[in-house]
Design a protein around this ligand. Structure first.
Ligand code: SF4
Ligand code: SF4
Length: 363
């Protein structure tokens, strides 16, 4: 169970060359939005890093978060990271079942006491412990037991981060988020319904590399991925700024790629990385395929007033529209987004001057 090998050992065992390793480190830096000048430090840290033990618990959820993760393309930074962590316990993916599965969880907790990462997807029902149990253990008891000796907790998906669908009105099970129960551990919320796989692995990469959690926003989400709104990075934004909106899903505006705001797009109040990271191997994302953002990475998005209702009607004048967008919530993230832009610009500039060949020579 306890793997004492380092990530460097593991990569070599898998036949990853020095050049391949540096490429991996460069991709990891980019995943964490760090400049390539950080690559040597990342390489050094990763070389020595022990494979962290990960225990993944699934409570009231639809398995969409795990599905999202397993759909990450291969070979990829994601698969590399997941090949090199010890996923000691995962309800959906593990082969063991019943008593053997529970024994695996207990062994992983015992052998990696204080060092393992706990990943949780799904909400926790407080209405009645019997609403959701695993091996006869209530979700609440299992979460409290497993969180006790975890180094950090990653709440994956909007259900674990904010309560999500199970918590939607009238919340029949009394569903709550991980942070509603665990208050004495660092918790990173990777929200989204489902969350973007790259974001999940980016957070794990950060922990693996630096042994710490990334900088978080007001909802405990990593700023590097949630620091800007969908609207900030949307390629349809010039249409919004010009007041050009599709009125139906098949009108001339929709065909011309105009802004989907009036069709209910929640991009202006939603903070996530979809517009830059995209989905399905970077192929596309909801707004690019013609549907407005639903706001799935925000608290209480299921009860936010209807997926196809516009937040309000923007005015078709450039300055007024921008002012309206500010009122719709952009101001909230403006400072963080500004910092993020600076970091990304710096990373981009550094990318222009540092190549794998340069890194290989200097390492
Ligand atoms: S409202 Fe939606 S479609 Fe329009 S620019 Fe903003 S994010 Fe893009
Ligand atoms: S575009 Fe909006 S609703 Fe769709 S996945 Fe991204 S954050 Fe969620």
């Amino acid at each position: 169970m306890a793997d004492k090998s380092t990530l460097g050992d593991s990569l070599r065992r898998h036949g990853v060359s020095r050049r391949g390793f540096l490429k991996f480190c460069t991709a990891t830096a980019s995943l964490m939005a760090l400049p390539p000048t950080m690559v040597p430090a990342i390489a050094q840290a990763l070389e020595k890093a022990r494979r962290p033990s990960v225990i993944w618990l699934s409570f009231q959820e639809c398995t969409g978060c795990t599905e999202s993760l397993t759909r990450s393309h291969s070979p990829s930074v994601e698969s590399l990271i997941f090949d090199h962590i010890s996923l000691d316990y995962h309800h959906t993916l593990q082969a063991a079942a019943g008593d053997a599965a529970e024994a695996a969880r207990e062994a992983a907790m015992h052998e990696n006491k204080g060092k393992y990462i706990l990943v949780v997807d799904g909400s926790i029902p407080l209405g009645d412990p019997g609403y959701s149990t695993i091996a006869g253990i209530s979700n609440l008891q299992m979460l409290e037991e497993t969180a006790k000796d975890a180094a950090a907790i990653i709440a994956v998906g909007t259900c674990a981060a904010f309560g999500g669908l199970p918590q939607a009105n009238p919340n029949p099970t009394g569903a709550v988020s991980v942070a509603d129960i665990i208050t004495d551990k660092p918790i990173i919320n990777v929200s989204g319904c489902p969350p973007i796989p790259t974001v999940i692995t980016g957070v794990l990469a950060h922990f693996l590399t630096f042994g710490s959690i990334p900088e978080l926003d007001q909802y405990n989400r990593p700023k590097v991925f949630y620091g800007q709104s969908i609207h900030d990075r949307c390629y349809r934004r010039p249409f919004y700024d010009k007041g050009l909106f599709a009125e139906t899903f098949d009108d001339e505006g929709a065909k011309a790629g105009w802004c989907l705001y009036k069709l209910g797009c929640k991009g202006p109040m939603t903070y996530n990385a979809c517009a830059t990271t995209k989905w399905n191997q970077g192929t596309s994302w909801p707004v690019e395929s013609g549907h407005g953002c639903l706001g799935c990475s925000e608290p209480r998005f299921w009860d936010a007033g209807g997926f196809y209702n516009a937040l309000s009607v923007p005015i078709s004048d450039n300055s007024q529209t921008v002012a309206f967008a500010g009122a719709a919530g952009l101001a909230l993230g403006a400072a963080a987004a500004g910092i993020n832009f600076k970091e990304k610009d710096a990373a981009q500039k550094a990318h222009e001057t540092v190549t794998i060949d340069d890194l290989e020579k200097s390492s």
